[in-house]
Design a protein around this ligand. Structure first.
Ligand code: DNO
Length: 353
């Protein structure tokens, strides 16, 4: 197991590599090229520059989150073969600097969604909040506008400008894609990339849908036991694996997250560990990591992963904004640093028995 920390890259993240290097137990960072539009080949120089920066800071860059999938691939549109070829070329280039895991998602149009990015908690911290009623009543365009206002110009991963530019048309395009067709489009992509993933020794780790239930009438894929199993059966390459995101899967109280961790541990190559608190009616907020604060038992989840052979990368996921920190929602320095220390403590206790 290797503990890693997400870093959005120079100019995109108020958290520096030097800060990350000072957090106990962190060996590497999880990076991306934030400026790269989905569907394009990542330039070798930019990959090399990012890699050199990370290594110079004493950290590893084994995991990339994310190489985003172009909508043509998800929609099964005529341009998909070219976009898939570009995706494979990016995989080849990443493997040259030793990348071992690529985290990606197959969520239509949007990545994650929350109603509030900076919801105040009674202790004075701020966190992300999901109000089901709010999301049901809003439109994706209104949500994007709200995020832009709240974030003061930061481009949020999953809500990048190029993704938002055609949001209405892209959502409309999904009206012609049934859930079954969506599975077929997923399989088409997996069948094309997995032989390369094997050759390049890259584990592909799909991220679950966040939230794990349908929003804005769009199809869902990775949201419960049955669908995870179905996904893994679509292409049985051992390189076809999962990012096990406790907060995404755990947002549905019907998902028994430790049981899912136990069942799928051998296909989990990357874990996002965070907690959340369920409220009435499907609402939830993202809490501090320890069990006393949320509805998930991260000890039980980590134990289930470890007991069942997981040996991948782990990062603390979304933290609250504490101690007056201002930054990317979910990705401040302090609470994630507390989170990773909690995870490291649990792991050490598990290893020492
Ligand atoms: C949000 C993240 C997601 C994740 C992608 C992976 O905070 O967990 O944006 O990076 O879904 O492709």
């Amino acid at each position: 197991m290797q503990l890693v920390f997400r870093w959005f890259g120079e100019g995109h993240d108020p958290v520096t590599l030097e800060h990350i290097h000072q957090i106990p137990c962190v060996e590497g960072v999880v990076c991306t090229l934030m400026d790269m539009p989905a569907g394009e080949v990542w330039p070798e120089e930019a990959i090399q520059k990012m890699y050199d920066q990370v290594v110079a800071a004493g950290l590893t860059m084994d995991v990339i989150e994310s190489v985003n999938i172009h909508e043509d691939i998800k929609l099964g549109a005529p341009g998909r073969d070219e976009k898939i070829a570009n995706y494979i070329e990016t995989m080849k280039r990443l493997s040259k600097v030793g990348v071992k895991v690529i985290c990606y998602n197959f969520m239509p149009v949007l990545d994650w969604a929350r109603s509030h990015l900076y919801h105040p908690l009674p202790d004075g911290s701020e966190t992300m909040f999901f109000s089901k009623e709010f999301i049901l009543e809003t439109s994706p365009e209104a949500l994007a506008k709200r995020y832009a206002e709240q974030c003061g110009g930061i481009s949020l991963p999953g809500w990048e400008p190029e993704r938002l530019a055609h949001i209405k048309d892209t959502i409309a395009a999904y009206e012609n894609v049934s859930q079954e067709q969506y599975w077929e489009n997923t399989k088409y992509f997996l069948d094309a990339i997995m032989p390369w993933a094997e050759k390049l020794d890259i584990k592909m780790a799909i991220h679950p849908d966040d939230p794990p239930f349908p929003i804005f009438g769009l199809p869902r894929l990775i949201n419960n036991r049955e669908n995870i199993q179905r996904f893994l059966n679509l292409n049985t390459s051992p390189n076809n694996g999962l990012t096990f995101c406790t907060g995404s899967l755990g947002a549905d109280p019907d998902n028994d997250v430790p049981a899912l961790a136990a069942e799928f541990a051998s296909r989990v190559y990357f874990a996002h560990i965070r907690n959340l608190k369920h409220l009435n009616g499907g609402d939830f907020f993202e809490s501090a990591h320890p069990k006393a604060y949320g509805s998930l038992d991260l000890y039980a989840i980590l134990k289930a992963l470890r007991d069942n052979g997981f040996d991948g990368y782990v990062r603390p996921d979304h933290g609250r904004m504490i101690w007056g920190e201002k930054g990317r929602p979910g990705y401040g320095l302090y609470d994630r640093a507390l989170g990773i220390t909690y995870i490291a403590g649990i792991w050490e206790a598990l290893e020492r028995g």
